[in-house]
Write a protein that binds this ligand. Structure first.
Ligand SMILES: [Zn+2]
Length: 322
């Protein structure tokens, strides 16, 4: 009897493992198949004639977690494996002179951040420190204004904050959620939880962007979206030109194309285990995206790598402290 039970359990386990392996292979194949056209990097180097440009940019880091670089860069290829690294979870706010506002990503809430940081702690990271959420920082400031949001991709650590933000806005408020068709239509098991969260963000009104290598955001002059894919099917980079007191400056939000800026500049992929098993990425596509971003960064642009906290601190983007 016991033997039969064990045999049945072993068969179930084998079936389960087989199904998981097939699912993973399928996700990899799907990611490999996504190779949308990227713009000419030099097309990103001059501000558009469209106006008015946003006049303010701020960053709100919703959580921080120190960890060894081997958790974000392939250890054998990292030229500075002992350099300190802090994982940030930022949201950005762009503001136009007439009060229009655009969020780039929404970060996490306290609970979400604690849950996100825990498995990384098991892998050797320090404790995660949740900070202020977008609802806490921007809920009151955005009430009654025309607001949009664009997500670099739909993983929970980039979208969760939108749920509480919607709840913090006055009843009937709407936030335009602008996305490319790839992000709107293509899902895999890594983006499904983020999508499920966004269904609870009642104020979001989805809108589709033009399918173009560099798609302008209607109603938000000076901002463009490009399809990077590679990390998730709907991964996007966002280019924003901001007219500050010191002149016009271009920012390129690259999301999770790399988790450390050195991944882009030294062409180092994420750790194998991560890109094979945790988040199935297309490494050929990621390599192409990194090359594109390196070329773009030769121009007058500031790269903004979501999870590289120290690089973010050196970006010159003012921190929201109101
Ligand atoms: Zn992320």
């Amino acid at each position: 009897m016991a033997r039969r039970l064990l045999a049945a359990l072993a068969a179930l386990l084998t079936l389960g493992l087989g199904a998981a392996t097939l699912g993973l292979l399928w996700a990899h194949l799907e990611m490999r198949g996504l190779d949308p056209e990227l713009p000419d990097p030099e097309a990103l180097w001059s501000p558009p004639s469209s106006s008015p440009l946003p006049v303010r940019i701020h960053v709100l880091d919703t959580a921080r977690q120190p960890m060894p670089r081997r958790l974000v860069l392939e250890p054998g290829l990292d030229r500075h494996p002992d350099a300190p690294y802090e994982m940030s979870h930022p949201a950005f706010l762009l503001e136009w002179p007439d009060g229009r506002a655009l969020l780039v990503d929404a970060g996490m809430d306290r609970e979400g951040a604690l849950a996100f940081g825990r498995p990384l702690e098991w892998a050797g990271a320090g404790p995660i420190s949740p900070r202020r959420s977008v609802a806490e920082a921007w809920g009151a400031a955005l009430a009654g204004r025309p607001v949009g949001v664009v997500f670099t991709h739909l993983h929970p650590d980039h979208v969760e904050g939108a749920v509480a933000l919607c709840a913090a806005l006055p009843a009937g408020s709407a936030i335009r959620w602008l996305q490319t068709s790839l992000q709107a239509e293509r899902t895999n098991y890594t983006t499904r939880p983020g999508r499920a969260l966004l269904e609870k963000a009642r104020c979001l009104v989805p809108e589709r962007l033009a399918d173009a290598p560099l798609a302008p955001l209607p109603g938000f002059p000076g901002v463009f979206v490009m399809r990077t894919a590679g990390h998730t099917p709907g991964s996007q980079a966002i280019l924003a030109w901001v007219e500050g007191a010191a002149g016009v400056r271009g920012y390129l939000f690259v999301g999770d194309a790399a988790n450390a800026a050195d991944g882009i500049f030294d062409d180092v992929p994420k750790p194998r285990l991560y890109r094979w098993l945790v988040v199935p990425e297309s490494e050929p596509r990621q390599r192409r995206v990194r090359r594109f971003l390196r070329a773009a960064a030769r121009g007058p642009l500031q790269l903004v790598v979501s999870h590289d906290g120290r690089y973010l601190d050196s970006s010159g983007i003012p921190v929201w402290d109101e």
